[in-house]
Design a protein around this ligand. Structure first.
Ligand code: DOR
Ligand code: ZN
Length: 438
């Protein structure tokens, strides 16, 4: 049986046109103003926009090993409800995804549990570069490198190891850049003044702009030296952004929804809920990131969806866990920035679907094209709703967005041609698939 999503406005590949998407099985068969079919299930998208499903290239779904915080079923359910049809998960799980066996285990778990499509980053350590040549480039997006320590203690801190990783990485290297020597020095100074667990508003002074800039500069210079394909995760400062040339492909930057949405003054209201590494910084930095969306210095918007239990978020800059859930609200949050004139709808689709697909060479997804997999999302503007605890699908059951009224809502999400989310309900039987690269 075919399905037609008709009556909506399609946003795809720089164009905004009224039209339909026709789906047969798991594939798009036609798309655009003339697309039509008889004898099909009809989704009436009148008044809505139809976009390619979001590809979130930066999430922490916590499975295996940290499933008190989250798991692949719960977080992929949140993804489906948010219009996200593919996620790439990070390696700081337990065990860490730093061996081929651990990587395989994640694929097996996801095949059984995930409602949306998936793949997994391999984690670099000080001594596992020898495994790089055994990684299947058609199966995973890249290699994650922590040049700054965060949840999971995956810091790679030896210069010799970094040289080897940058020179031998056969896949895109995604780097978390924060200089630990600077951070440790700042933390000691802060503790000397304010005690063992300084207030969270000091977090951006400890995990400072200087720490980010220093580490990002080092990563870029290593990438230039070795010709590495480098993607810097969650860039947070105006200064770092200056290091990226617009619209290039060897060295690219990601911005996260949290860093685009929040800034310094929000610590007062949200406290450790917005404690994240790298830290949320000044409004000036937030504005620079927003400018980077349109000027091309930012290539991808991801969430860094990183749930913790609220009990683990207790304490201050030293004790509270870093990271926040976001995946369920990333698309509607970014659509709000479109309303606010920060970016265009076409650019949003590029940053959240086309570019993750291009940068990581995802096969047959990320665009609404005949022959591509039918991953798409229907969103309605001017339809206000407020985030309350009962709508949160993430296992941790809290969000920094609680109490926020969004203007847009996700009405339907299709993944591999299946309607996996429909007006508040995720199909419990839906399962995504491993995606293919290159
Ligand atoms: O705040 C963060 N939380 N930053 C990271 O890099 C990791 C993440 C997590 O896994 O909790
Ligand atoms: Zn992360």
């Amino acid at each position: 049986m075919k399905t037609i999503v008709r009556g909506g406005v399609i946003v795809n590949e720089g164009r905004v046109v009224k039209g339909a998407v026709v789906i047969d099985g798991d594939t798009i068969v036609s798309c655009g103003p003339d697309a039509d079919v008889t004898d099909a299930d009809v989704i009436d998208a009148t008044g809505c926009y139809v976009l390619p499903g979001v590809i979130d290239s930066h999430v922490h779904f916590r499975e295996p090993g940290l499933t008190e915080k989250a798991d692949m079923e719960s977080e992929s359910r949140a993804a489906a409800a948010g219009g996200v049809t593919t996620f790439f998960d990070m390696p700081n799980t337990v065990p860490q995804t730093t061996t081929l066996v651990a990587l395989d285990e994640k694929f097996c778990l996801a095949a059984v549990k995930s409602h949306v499509n998936f793949s997994f980053f391999f984690g670099a350590t000080n001594d596992n570069a020898a495994l790089f040549s055994q990684l299947d480039p058609h199966r995973i997006p890249g290699i994650k490198l922590f040049m700054g320590s965060s949840t999971g203690n995956m810091l790679v801190d030896s210069d010799e190891s970094l040289e080897r990783i940058f020179s031998e990485a056969p896949l895109p290297l995604v780097a978390h850049c924060e200089d630990m020597a600077i951070i440790n020095r700042n933390m000691e100074a802060c503790k000397a003044c304010y005690g063992d667990d300084p207030e969270v508003r000091l977090h951006p002074l400890i995990r400072s702009e200087e720490a980010c800039l220093s580490s990002t500069m080092k990563a870029i210079s290593l990438a230039v030296e070795h010709g590495t394909r480098l993607h810097v995760a969650h860039v947070t400062t105006a200064e770092e952004l200056q290091l990226f040339a617009p619209h290039t492909s060897q060295i690219t930057a990601e911005a996260t929804v949290g860093h685009l949405f929040f800034s310094l003054t929000d610590y007062e209201r949200l406290g450790t809920r917005i404690k994240v590494n790298p830290a949320i910084k000044n409004f000036r930095d937030c504005l620079a990131l927003r400018e980077g969306l349109m000027d091309g210095r930012v290539s991808v918007v991801g969430t860094d969806h990183a749930p913790h239990l609220l009990s683990q978020k207790e304490g201050g800059a030293a004790r509270a866990a870093s990271g926040m859930p976001m995946i369920q609200f990333s698309l509607v949050a970014m659509l709000e920035l479109v309303d606010d004139g920060v970016l265009t709808l076409e650019r949003l689709v590029e940053l959240m679907a086309h570019n993750p697909a291009r940068l990581f060479e995802v096969r047959e997804r990320g665009f609404l094209r005949p022959g591509y997999k039918a991953d798409l999302v229907v969103v309605r503007p001017d339809s206000p709703w407020t985030v309350t605890q009962n709508v949160i699908e993430s296992k941790c059951k809290w969000s920094p967005m609680e109490g926020h009224t969004f203007r847009w809502r996700v009405e339907q999400t299709f993944c591999n041609g299946h309607l996996i989310y429909n007006n508040g309900v995720v199909d419990p039987a839906s399962r995504g698939e491993a995606i293919a690269f290159r």
